[in-house]
Design a protein around this ligand. Structure first.
Ligand code: PGA
Length: 242
């Protein structure tokens, strides 16, 4: 694990984005695994800037998002597709056919999960996977539990996650109860993981994830086994790791 701690959020975002840009420069047809949430917003801004400055093109890049809420269509402002469109897809030259994200309103969610998994299996090994962590240690929507899933699956969100994520909705009742998430298998198979976390609130779970035992109750702890993970933290998030 290559851990870098930053004083300044802007520098953190730039360093993490540069690591992704390097991958695309080396292989213009790179495959990227993408995460949503507040944490990677700055990284996406830096990717957009790199595109606008002519440092990188996304024309031949293929993306696979790690999760989506069940029941939210692409045009729902709280869907992860909408998030991605706002922060990245509409701002770079990615082509629509190269963008992949589970369909939260598929009539059969289990079949959608299987279909998404076969796309990932065809992609074989993502060149870079962007990840952050939930307050409860989840990665994507791989929630803490007694078992971890390797493959894309439909899951019931924990009440902790619904509550944290309710900030983006008008009320807790509006937060979907289910979601589809990539399993830990595809994430762990990626050639490189760019992991970012920011802020005090994540410090304790980061200590458990990176210094504690590998434990399905802390899904992110599995990342300790990845041979090429870059961890980008601010000082607050890193306070128990330095
Ligand atoms: P956040 O979400 O970046 O908004 O903290 C991360 C997550 O829940 O995985």
């Amino acid at each position: 694990m290559k851990l870098t701690v930053f004083k300044n959020e802007e520098e953190l975002d730039l360093a993490a984005a540069s690591s992704v840009v390097e991958v695309i420069k080396a292989n213009p047809e790179a495959t990227l695994g993408l995460a949503t949430g507040q944490t990677p917003v700055g990284l996406y801004q830096k990717l957009v800037q790199a595109y606008q400055n002519g440092q990188v093109l996304f024309k031949q890049v293929t993306t696979y998002n790690i999760d989506e809420y069940a029941g939210l269509a692409k045009d729902h402002p709280q869907s992860f597709y909408y998030f991605m469109k706002t922060h990245l897809f509409s701002k770079v030259d990615l082509t629509e056919e190269n963008i992949h994200i589970p369909d939260g309103v598929a009539p059969d969610l289990e079949a959608e999960a299987e279909c998404y998994e076969s796309l990932l299996q065809k992609a074989r090994q993502l060149d870079v996977q962007i990840l952050s962590i939930g307050l409860n240690g989840h990665i994507g929507f791989n929630e803490p539990g007694h078992t971890l899933h390797a493959e894309t699956h439909v899951l019931t969100l924990t009440e902790d996650t619904r509550e944290v994520n309710s900030q983006a909705f008008s009320s807790l009742a509006d937060v979907p109860k289910k979601a589809i998430t990539m399993g830990l298998g595809s994430m762990m198979k990626a050639k490189k993981i760019v992991f970012i976390a920011k802020g005090d609130a994540k410090a304790a779970i980061l200590k458990q994830a990176f210094k504690g035992p590998i434990d399905p109750l802390v899904p992110a702890s599995l990342l300790q086994l990845h041979p090429n993970i870059e961890v980008y933290l601010d000082e607050k998030a890193a306070k128990y790791l330095m």
